[in-house]
Design a protein around this ligand. Structure first.
Ligand code: UDP
Length: 361
């Protein structure tokens, strides 16, 4: 019985790391890295840090333009799917690498989709279209939360195909807590707890548009001044490529993307996180740090309902006020209900073991 996992971006590699370990021990597991994120800081660093073995295949897909990237993923993943003929293809999330689901479905290979059922109902997002395609081609749907499960049922996906498994990022943070705690990044950057904002922003609907990018930098500049805190921004190569010759306000400290332990240590000690990432609000919730999401929509309303996050949009004044509000009240919130119990990897392995040769639709 064979399981193939196909992945290629930073959040996929991080979230899948503990699941990979269980798949290697308990299944014939073929790992395929598309290298959709191909720089060391967004890909290989996590193999080194998170105890992930060398993948069996590296597809080295063409990246950049949508058409060539997606067609390369489909062509190259079809080749490896036909060669290896796995019983199940495991996909996490909504990246273009997940579109390997298309050739898999074409060849009758069953798909298990982890992180299924997330919906922002914002069709500007490439990820929203990918999620819908992958969910509807999958035989086994593994959402993180009951809210995501309900989204799937609303789209007429049979409830018998769905198991809520919790969020695998918790397994990863729990397992690596000693390494996160022993990171020396605070000393290296001369940072005190609560003395800085930590920023990430890279979503295409934000950074591909020069006006939105301008708003993000204006907000960061104003927030740094108003709250008299440093603004630390490990910048994604996608965003860096959009900056071109743009002058960055001098109170914003752009640094290279960090490894998982250093970045998590900074999250754990930040005054406030400002982000358009999907995973960072989850980690903020885990570390009980205030978080402002700089997006117009979210596929994770659970965190707003928990009181742990403000979905502030992109208006600089509103972002500033959102930071003020979320940091003002020291509430010991039980910010963890929607994250699961940190046993997601085991649950996924159990479900795959039970279903591996019994997926009929
Ligand atoms: N991350 C990291 N180094 C950084 C920035 C982020 O290791 O410099 C981690 C972060 O802890 C989280 C993941 O990368 O686990 C988030 O990835 P990203 O924001 O690229 O993807 P998204 O979650 O939006 O899909």
């Amino acid at each position: 019985m064979k399981i193939m996992s196909i992945f290629g971006t930073r959040p996929e590699i991080i979230r899948l790391s503990r699941i990979f370990s269980l798949l290697d021990t308990n299944f014939n597991h073929i790992m395929v890295n598309t290298s959709q994120n191909y720089t060391y800081e967004l890909n290989s660093v996590f193999f080194d840090e998170l105890e992930i073995r060398k993948p069996d295949y590296d597809l080295k897909i063409r990246t950049g333009k949508y058409g060539p990237e997606v067609s390369d993923i489909i062509t190259k993943s079809e080749e490896v799917l036909q060669k290896e003929k796995p019983d199940i293809l495991l996909i996490l999330g909504d990246t273009n690498s997940g579109l390997a689901a298309i050739p898999a479905a074409h060849h009758g290979i069953k798909i298990a989709h982890l992180e299924s059922g997330m919906r922002s109902y914002d069709f500007r997002m490439p990820e929203e279209k990918n999620r819908i395609i992958i969910d509807h081609l999958s035989s086994l749907l593994l959402p993180y939360t009951t809210y995501s499960r309900e989204n799937l049922i609303r789209e007429n996906i049979h409830p018998g195909k769905i198991y809520v498994v919790g969020n695998p990022i918790i397994d990863v943070i729990n397992y690596f807590t000693p390494k996160i705690d022993s990171s020396k990044i605070m000393e290296k950057m001369n940072l005190e707890p609560n003395s800085y904002f930590l920023v990430t922003a890279h979503r295409s609907e934000n950074v591909d548009n020069p006006e939105t990018l301008e708003k993000i930098f204006t907000s960061l500049q104003n927030i740094g001044k108003r709250f008299k805190k440093r603004v630390i921004y490990p910048i994604h190569p996608r965003t860096l490529s959009k900056l071109k010759k743009r002058k960055v306000p001098n109170n914003i400290e752009l640094i290279k993307p960090l490894g998982f332990f250093d970045f998590s240590k900074l999250e754990k000690n930040a005054f406030c996180l400002i982000t358009d990432s999907g995973t960072v609000p989850e980690e903020a919730l885990y570390f009980k740090r205030p978080c402002v999401t700089i997006r117009e929509s979210t596929e994770r309303p659970e965190y707003i309902e928990e009181g742990a996050n403000i979905l502030a949009g992109l208006d600089p004044k509103n972002i500033e006020e959102a930071v003020k509000l979320i940091t003002l009240y020291k509430v010991d919130r039980a910010w963890n209900k929607s994250l699961g119990d940190g046993k997601t990897a085991l649950r996924v392995a159990n479900i795959l073991r039970g279903k591996i040769n019994r997926l009929t639709y």
